[in-house]
Design a protein around this ligand. Sequence first.
Ligand SMILES: NC(=O)c1ccc[n+]([C@@H]2O[C@H](COP(=O)([O-])OP(=O)(O)OC[C@H]3O[C@@H](n4cnc5c(N)ncnc54)[C@H](OP(=O)(O)O)[C@@H]3O)[C@@H](O)[C@H]2O)c1
Length: 256
Amino acid sequence: MFDALHTPDNVLVVGGSSEIGLEIAKQLARRGSSKFLLAGRSLEEMQRAARQISQVSERAAASVSVIHFDVLAEGATESLLAAAKAELETIDMAVIAVGALGNQASDEKDPAAAERILEVNFSKLAPAVLAIANQMATQGFGHIVVLSSVAGVRVRRSNFIYGAAKAGMDGFATALADAMIPSGVKVTVVRPGFVTTKMTAHLSPAPLSTTAAKVAAETLRAADRGKVTVWVPPLMAVVATVYRHLPRVVARRVPF
Ligand SMILES: NC(=O)c1ccc[n+]([C@@H]2O[C@H](COP(=O)([O-])OP(=O)(O)OC[C@H]3O[C@@H](n4cnc5c(N)ncnc54)[C@H](OP(=O)(O)O)[C@@H]3O)[C@@H](O)[C@H]2O)c1
């Protein structure tokens, strides 16, 4: 359930070793969320994240569990939902932080590698999000936070595999928000620009780059207000809207 300030008791983080996911979980722990389930591929990284969440927790008794989850694995979503039922009872908030950038230059020469990026970011992830939404609809409440990206707003030549997958996920999740209205389930879609996390550690920061902590703060502010979309930083909304409407011949020359 949620308290009067929309702080959930029970939180599922899918992509449990994500730096942005961890920051959201830590900020929720500080606000008083009491049970967390981190679902991801690296048990070691998630156990490290679990310790950080416990350390900042408002409640000494906050519990943090971890389970292995690979979105590409057969039966992963069924196991995830069963674990969520056992550990959390109700999924009050689900943070969907799974994502992989891939390597555009080599992936565009290798359709199987491109397929994996499309699956991780969209075609395998979206059905998992739908299953979580349906479970929340059965319980009659819940809030799903989906990490989308500015990269999906207008897909660029320089990262069109990741960008196309994010565009798909963004469209799916924003429409899911509409579909879920009668059930009482809310969806908030987050569109960060460049965030300095391990995902981007090998890249030079782009203009308006931000941090995982700032993304987490803006995300929770938007979720508290029941907003369907949020841009981080907020100025990114203006930049992305302008970029989206540039003629293709001009957009093609923008150097990022
Ligand atoms: N960083 C940015 O600039 C940026 C900008 C816009 C949007 N985003 C989005 O924000 C979200 C979180 O990203 P982040 O910056 O926090 O990066 P991150 O720390 O690399 O988090 C990505 C997460 O996705 C997980 N993941 C990758 N493949 C998976 C799979 N097959 N099954 C399950 N989990 C898998 C990773 O697990 P492993 O640790 O096991 O690889 C990791 O936990 C992603 O959706 C990303 O696309 C990031």
